[in-house]
Ligand binder design. Structure first.
Ligand code: AMP
Length: 216
């Protein structure tokens, strides 16, 4: 399966993509994760991307399109993948369409996760991750046993620079203006499947699986 997970920041794309990865045995391809890794490694790409990311803006299309083109050629993508956080603009969607057409590998479906804006702010502002192993927590819904420490490895928990309230509002506005048009774009191509992203992670996952015909 070649899937796109579409939805505003905080809709649960990363969480659902991770679960789908386990169930379907295909990789999660997250441009946000790849860019954060480049920032952490201090590569030229990371240095270019950091300024955009810290202020909640999108990294230029040419940069992310180049990263994705390379990534989709990797052997682990041969059986399919779950795109998480890409495409985010119509230009990216068009570039992806051209790439996939040239590869002879059309998309299977685009899942659009829908969640109310106020709920998104609450989810993002409470999000914390472990600096050592990457485990995800939420101060309200999935708190660590010891404040500030990872249950799994004892590492220190941190808040993403762009998960602070002011930047969250900016990211939501960027989503509305630049990414939400993709819902219409993919609906017009008969690929869109809308999923109610509210509620428990397991319930949302059950809805996702039902839509994909991947129950059980
Ligand atoms: P995410 O983890 O998907 O929320 O992405 C974090 C940040 O990385 C975004 O706010 C953007 O600055 C950047 N980013 C991730 N994916 C893309 C993309 N497809 N296009 C442009 N910028 C991106």
């Amino acid at each position: 399966m070649r899937l796109i997970l579409l939805g505003p920041p905080g809709a649960g794309k990363g969480t659902q993509a991770q679960r789908l990865t386990e169930k379907l045995g295909i990789p999660q391809v997250s441009t946000g994760d790849m860019l954060r890794a480049a920032v952490a490694a201090g590569t030229p790409l990371g240095r270019e991307a950091k300024a955009y990311m810290d202020r909640g803006a999108l990294v230029p299309d040419g940069v992310v399109i180049g990263i994705i083109r390379e990534r989709l050629k990797a052997p682990d993508c041969a059986r399919g993948y779950i795109l998480d956080g890409f495409p985010r603009t119509v230009a990216q969607a068009e570039a992806l369409g051209e790439t996939l057409e040239a590869m002879g590998t059309p998309l299977t479906a685009v899942l659009s996760l829908t969640v109310d804006p106020e709920e998104l702010v609450r989810r993002l502002a409470g999000r914390r991750s472990c600096g050592s192993c990457g485990a995800a927590y939420h101060l309200d819904t999935a708190p660590p046993r010891r404040p500030g420490r990872c249950d799994r490895c004892g590492g220190e928990l941190f808040q993403r620079e762009d998960d602070r309230e002011e930047t969250i509002r900016k990211r939501l506005a960027v989503y509305r203006d630049q990414t939400a048009p993709l819902v219409v774009y993919y609906r017009g191509r008969g690929l869109l499947k809308e999923v109610d992203g509210r509620g428990e992670i397991a319930d949302v996952f059950a809805r996702v699986c039902r839509l994909l015909g991947a129950e059980g």
